[in-house]
Design a protein around this ligand. Sequence first.
Ligand code: MD6
Ligand code: FE
Length: 224
Amino acid sequence: MTRNKRDAMTVDLFDSIGEAEPAPQTLCPGAVILPAYAGQDDRLLAALQDVIAAAPFRRMVTPGGFSMSVAMSNCGSFGWVTDSTGYRYDSIDPMTGRVWPRMPDCFSSFARDAAAEAGFDGYTPDACLINRYEPGARLSLHQDKDERDFSWPIVSVSFGIPAVFLFGGLSRADKPMRVPLLHGDVVVWGGAARLRYHGVMPVREAYHERLGRCRINLTFRKVT
Ligand code: MD6
Ligand code: FE
């Protein structure tokens, strides 16, 4: 794969300190991993602190009545929520009764750049779901299909301790691939991959120097 624009600008700097950013990897048609693409970017984690102060992490309840092991929050015009009545996107945080915190500019420009890197120009996400995994937390296989237009990708950013991403097919029964995701890794997920089943294996006990015993994942979506 050809070197991207960001590499061209940063490769000399990283090479000189022995930390060249690896090239993008195609998982399957439509899904690309940008390894460590967010690893140098402390602005995202700094901005995240303000978002979480306004809309704290909470464990939501599924329609089946179970409390999720992953704690969640959102920012942007819409947030993904679940409760006993079902899943939906909502412009109001049910916990605070207020609109979700606005999406920080560094979030939207980061997601736009990552999407462009993977071949999706003009990406303007209006929702960012924020997931927090402590050791043992997991996300069962699901499709992301509550958005209006599946031609826009999802941009997923991982921080903190490692996780194994389960990356299946278009049918729930397709055996998933196991993809390790590390601090700073970005997955851009669209096109023919957009409706693939996916999930996260139970996160193993670990410690990250920046985030402690915790994995944070941001998934950007264009809902409307
Ligand atoms: C996570 N991610 O990695 C959960 N969905 O914590 C997702 O559910 C996801 O990473 C769609 C596309 C990319 C993702
Ligand atoms: Fe998902």
